[in-house]
Write a protein that binds this ligand. Sequence first.
Ligand code: 5GP
Length: 126
Amino acid sequence: MPIDPTLPYDDNNIFARILRGEIPSTPVYEDEWAFAFEDINPQSPVHTLVIPKGKYVSWDDFSAKASAEEIAGFIRAVGHVAREKGLVEPGYRLLAKIGAHGGQEVPHLHVHILGGQFIGPMVMAR
Ligand code: 5GP
């Protein structure tokens, strides 16, 4: 079910629990600002999720409320993970879903890094 983006941050969402180490994940990268781990249901040969360590529901919440340091740290982490995965050539896709129309399911901001093959059309055929 897509999330309701007007709800406050849920401390027990699945990614908050992964960040706290309560639920196992396959870690890829971690620093002061971000944590990256493999998606449990990969949609491409590389499918890694990057999340900020701060409590932000979505890109909307993050872009409005996060500090400049948090934003820089998170964005640098996304780029770093993609480089470390060897995706820069021949390229990759970033995806962030926001709210119901975006199809967001987990209410903690996450960017999908998708690569390892051509990712296909920008949106599902209508
Ligand atoms: P969304 O649709 O919210 O952008 O993406 C949520 C993503 O989280 C999905 O791609 C889904 O496969 C992934 N996911 C959901 N639960 C878990 C989990 O417990 N562990 C991991 N590693 N990924 C998860």
